[in-house]
Design a protein around this ligand. Structure first.
Ligand code: AOF
Ligand code: ZN
Length: 362
């Protein structure tokens, strides 16, 4: 089987990142007698599916084969089913990369196409197709967000200077990468400790594709109503996640300052992370960027909720105490959490280590 059209479909699909969520990234390529004649991609949530875009751009020309990274849908959602438009366009063969993990589709699209006499081939570049839609797959099957944890540290593992200043650890080029990512994800999470120490704005200072909600895990509602996030209007909605123990007066003050307050069940004196992440998923966030400090990062690793790591290492040494992930550790004789699919890059002065989290025993 020729991989080229699927590689092209994957590249097209990627153009929708930041605009289609919580939908999947989908690209489609139409061929006639083995030559590419049209292409399309799912551009934004609520708009046409990739297959329909490709068929539309075909105009009066003919196509016999469709390549698409995701199984075409057979359910009417916000748009009519693709499995009806495909035979109507005279297409005879469909090659797709992976089954749609959406429980409303999952194999039903392939079956619907076969019942309409279309030849269906599944599993072209399956690994690449699966990787592209990992956040969508987690969200649509578990209703939990895909969690990317980002931190910046010195060579000796410090996240801030002795005065508590964390702004100047990584270089400008590294910070730009983070801003670009903020413009693609659905939500950004920090703990109240980070708000009190750094007073971050958590907005995207580059060209955002979407405006991420800014969420603070803050069991006691200690976030100052005058914090930069609530003053900064150039950013997403600010959500403060508290527990029932948070004083009502502080909740009201935060609401008056424009924050939305979520009351989440508590676990000890902290927000219960499983319930909290479930709430973030139910609210439609497929991808959560965590820019938290050691305590919240440690809790997320303990809860086995980190899917991906982005670690910027600056060639600086500060000395002193503390590490980026605290309050949790692997068992004494246990295996460490490790990274798969690792990419290491030089970003001007810094080194960026990225990878998918592999949990011990997984
Ligand atoms: C496709 N092609 O390009 C996409 C698909 O609300 P709707 O109508 O946009 O449907 C969303 C669901 O359709 C989504 O959850 C996923 O199962 C599928 N997405 N399917 O055939 C596409 N984006
Ligand atoms: Zn569709």
């Amino acid at each position: 089987m020729d991989d080229q059209p699927m590689r092209r479909a994957l590249a097209l699909a990627g153009r929708g990142r930041g605009s289609v969520e919580p939908n999947p990234l989908v690209g489609a390529v139409l061929l006639h007698e083995r030559r590419v004649v049209a292409e399309g991609w799912h551009r934004a949530f609520g708009e046409s599916h990739a297959e329909i875009e490709a068929i539309r751009s075909l105009g009066d020309r003919k196509a016999d084969t469709l390549y698409v990274n995701l199984e075409p849908c057979h359910h009417p959602g916000k748009t009519p089913p693709c499995t009806e438009a495909i035979p109507a366009a005279g297409i005879e063969k469909v090659v797709f990369g992976m089954r749609d993990p959406n429980p409303d589709v999952r194999g039903g699209g392939a079956e619907a196409l076969r019942s309409r006499g279309i030849e269906v081939v599944e599993g072209s570049l399956p690994d690449e197709c699966r990787k592209l839609n990992v956040p969508f797959t987690k969200w649509v099957t578990k209703k939990l967000p895909y969690v990317t944890a980002k931190w910046a540290m010195t060579l000796d593992g410090r996240m801030s200077t002795p005065s508590g200043d964390s702004r100047w650890i990584s270089c400008e080029a590294s910070r730009k990468i983070v801003h670009d990512l903020r413009g693609e994800v659905d939500a950004i999470l920090v703990g109240v400790g980070t708000v009190l120490q750094d007073d971050p704005r958590l907005n995207c200072r580059t060209e955002p594709k979407r405006v991420a909600r800014r969420i603070v895990a803050d069991s006691q509602a200690r976030t100052p109503p005058g914090c930069a996030m609530l003053q900064e209007k150039e950013g997403g909605e600010v959500i403060i996640a508290v527990t029932e123990r948070a004083p009502n007066a502080r909740i009201s003050a935060l609401e008056d300052a424009g924050a939305k307050v979520w009351v989440i069940p508590g676990q000890g004196d902290r927000v219960d992370l499983d319930g909290f992440l479930a709430r973030i998923g139910v609210e439609g966030a497929t991808h959560l960027l965590v820019e938290a400090g050691p305590t919240l990062l440690g809790s997320l690793f303990r809860a086995e909720q980190v899917d991906r790591v982005l670690c910027f290492i600056a060639p600086k040494i500060l000395g002193g105490e503390g590490r980026p992930v605290a309050g949790w550790s692997v068992e004494v004789a246990g295996e460490p959490v490790s990274l798969d699919d690792m990419v290491v890059r030089r970003v001007e002065d810094d080194i960026l280590v990225e990878g998918v989290v592999v949990r011990p025993g997984a």
